[in-house]
Ligand binder design. Structure first.
Ligand code: 13P
Ligand code: ZN
Length: 273
């Protein structure tokens, strides 16, 4: 028995590998974090060590004190994760104050959690509050088509949500709250973390202009599925634009509201104005 046999690690690595196969993770692009359950932490504890230092994150969250996160390493390639999980990902423990982490497993050849960990951490805090503790996954990727749209659409939630909802019928059911959009900013710091968090109070996913997409979810499947759905819808819209023809017909605003309602969802109508 090894820690690598545990389902939680296998599921985490599968997301990394599938995302790489989709072309969303060139080089070290993208990052993934997962808030572990108590049972998963107990199962992993025999493999933990406590000799690495506490590191202050520059952000703080009361509702994440003493939690454990599985996280991709900064500068590590998603492509390599499946070959050697222990060298490319880690588990971090959050301290009593909710402002620092220490690595308790993984990154055996050195390194730290993703440079976007302040953003992931604050995103978890907001989504845990917004979902009554259900949210466990924050996933950041660099999908081609959603990034391409940030060069041609207005950088507003209204513009992006409507185009994505209209381009594939399932979209209003899968992300009825719409998507947020952050204008171009320097990644990796507290400022972009706070900006993203403000939007995640309302939206399940946030587009970073000229950079990529952040999604949240209660399970790996749902977070991955949201990334996949948004990117596929963006791809369809990019194909439509590349046809160079006027759009003759699309789904009406009423249709978007109705399809969400037919599947028990309430569309965020504020974005249709
Ligand atoms: P990391 O290698 O630090 O995770 O950074 C990758 C990335 O996508 C930054 O936004
Ligand atoms: Zn990135």
């Amino acid at each position: 028995m090894s820690i690598l046999d545990l389902d939680v690690i296998k599921s985490f690595v599968r997301v990394c590998d599938d995302g790489y196969s989709e072309g969303w993770h060139e080089r070290n692009g993208g990052n993934l974090s997962y808030r572990m359950t108590n049972e998963e932490v107990e199962a992993c504890k025999p493999y933990f060590t406590y000799d690495r230092p506490w590191v202050n994150m520059g952000v703080q969250a009361d509702n994440l004190k003493n939690e454990y996160f599985m996280v991709t390493g900064t500068g590590k390639f998603f492509r390599n994760t499946i070959l050697d999980p222990a060298a490319n990902i880690c588990i971090v423990e959050i301290n009593d104050a909710g402002d620092s982490y220490r690595i308790v497993w993984g990154l055996v050849n050195g390194g730290g959690p993703t440079s976007e960990f302040p953003t992931h951490f604050m995103n978890h805090s907001v989504r845990v509050a917004a979902t009554d503790g259900k949210c466990r996954v924050i996933y950041h990727a660099h999908p081609v088509n959603i990034i391409a749209l940030t060069f041609v659409l207005p950088l507003t939630s209204e513009a992006f949500s409507k185009v994505l909802w209209q381009s594939m019928t399932e979209c209003p059911i899968i992300f009825p709250n719409g998507v947020g959009v952050v204008e171009w900013m320097i990644p990796g710091g507290a400022e972009i973390a706070h900006r993203t968090c403000e939007l995640l109070k309302t939206y399940d996913a946030v587009v970073w202009a000229h950079h990529g997409l952040f999604v949240s979810g209660d399970t790996f499947d749902n977070a991955y599925g949201l990334m996949h759905t948004i990117e596929k819808s963006a791809e369809i819209y990019c194909r439509i634009l590349s046809l160079g023809q006027p759009i003759r017909q699309t789904i009406s605003d009423e249709g978007l509201v109705d399809v969400a309602a037919a599947y028990g969802q309430t569309l965020n109508k504020d974005l249709l104005k």
